[in-house]
Design a protein around this ligand. Structure first.
Ligand code: HEC
Length: 290
């Protein structure tokens, strides 16, 4: 009989119940097991995320339209006072390249080596840091690496910015966007509306047949300041009389400008010629041009 107890029956084990089959975890319940508490990933959850994403994107769009990114001045190879700077979020990497062991002969270390280690480390973090612990103070290695890199980024950004401010001050340079703001403010105060770069070029030349102008053409001033002094490599000289006095112009032509972008004409032009040019240039006023 199948169910009768037979002491002579040979017991045959099928498999061994004492050894757990690997991967025998209970299957997670389907989302339908939690009505009202969960939802399908596709399409419900995805659509909802999508809506949130659209709201954020439209928000960004509105902000960029309301406050357009400022355009810098046209690139000017003759502007020796320009201090190129990366965007603020790259300042720390920029600063890294200023140290002796990350520049010149070691520049590969500064450009690829250190940033590479940092980013590969970040990439591998999920595989290296597999602990179950989630509280940061129980994960000393990951936490201290994070804190050290945060402090380093903050410090490098700060030093870089500090250095930039120092350079500006040392060279007496006003950054473009501040110059633009100031010109805007002046222009609005004078009731002329917003200042538009290049608009000063529209001021006509006063007494364009003056012999001083041919002198300037001979002296090659026009190579930089434009055939009609409308500007080019150098600034426009239209309406320069509103900005500089005759003496200041004499000084500019005689000595050039400190940064070397405007050469000195001492020796190339006689004092009388410089005086003649400066007299004419100081008559270049917007009012007289109208
Ligand atoms: C090699 C190019 C070059 C030549 C040649 C040159 N300039 Fe200039 N000039 C410049 C630049 C660049 C500046 C702006 C300097 C600065 O940033 O302060 C300048 C500035 C000036 C300014 C002051 C403009 C301002 O808005 O402050 C005057 C005036 C001037 N130049 C007159 C002349 C005259 C006159 C000559 C010819 C005798 C001449 N320049 C030749 C490049 C030149």
């Amino acid at each position: 009989m199948a169910h009768g107890h037979n002491p002579n029956e040979k017991v045959v084990y099928v498999g061994d119940s004492r050894i757990r089959k690997p991967g025998n975890r209970p299957a997670p319940p389907d989302y339908t097991a939690f009505p009202g508490k969960s939802e399908a990933f596709i399409p419900n959850f995805l659509l909802k995320e999508w809506m949130a994403g659209v709201v954020v994107l439209v928000g960004f769009l509105v902000l960029t339209i309301a406050e357009p990114a400022p355009l810098g001045y046209p690139a000017d190879p003759l502007n020796g006072s320009f201090i190129p700077m990366p965007d603020w979020y790259f300042l720390f990497i920029y600063q890294l390249l200023k140290y002796p062991y990350t520049s010149e002969n070691y520049v590969v270390l500064g450009t690829i080596g250190i940033p590479g280690i940092a980013f590969i480390g970040l990439l591998l973090a999920p595989f290296l840091d597999t602990g179950k612990e989630r509280r940061f103070y129980r994960r000393p290695i990951a936490s201290s690496l994070m804190i050290v890199s945060l402090i380093a980024s903050f410090y490098l950004t700060w030093v870089s910015w500090d250095h930039y401010q120092e350079e500006l001050e040392k060279n007496g340079v006003t950054p473009e966007h501040i110059e633009r703001e100031e010109k805007n403010r002046e222009s609005i105060e004078q009731g002329k509306g917003r200042w538009i770069p290049g608009k000063e070029k529209e001021v006509a030349l006063v007494k364009a047949d003056d012999p001083a102008f041919s002198l300037m053409q001979k002296a090659q001033c026009i190579a930089c300041h434009g055939n009609e002094l409308e500007g080019g490599g150098g600034p426009s000289l239209r309406g320069i009389g509103d900005k500089l006095s005759k003496d200041e112009i004499v000084d500019t032509i005689t000595n050039g400008r400190a940064n070397g972008a405007m050469p000195s004409f001492k020796g190339q032009l006689s004092e009388a010629e410089i005086d003649q040019i400066a007299t004419w240039l100081s008559q270049q006023k917007a009012e007289a041009a109208e």
